[in-house]
Write a protein that binds this ligand. Sequence first.
Ligand SMILES: [Zn+2]
Length: 109
Amino acid sequence: MLCPDERIPAVKRREAKKEAAAAAKDLVELSAETAKEDLELAKEQAALARKLMLKYNVRLGWRFKRFYCHGCKQLIVPGVNARVRVAKGMVLTTCGSCGRVNRKSLAQA
Ligand SMILES: [Zn+2]
């Protein structure tokens, strides 16, 4: 079966992906800023960015991914709804909504 996206020329698809990546980056940065004043609005912005990333198959680096909880996929902002600790060579970010501890090795960060 032909995927509907395959009917769109490759060049156009690549450009759409680039635009989606740029928009998602802007949205994640914006949501991290917004979280300090309005957490609910910030969560909506982050959800929109995630939706864009899923639709256009965009992967962002740790700089942007760290704002998402691996458990509940919601926005986590250190100092607002997340706790960050460093232990055993790891960055431990505890989500304020679901309590999941998101781990990142310091060697990779
Ligand atoms: Zn969570």
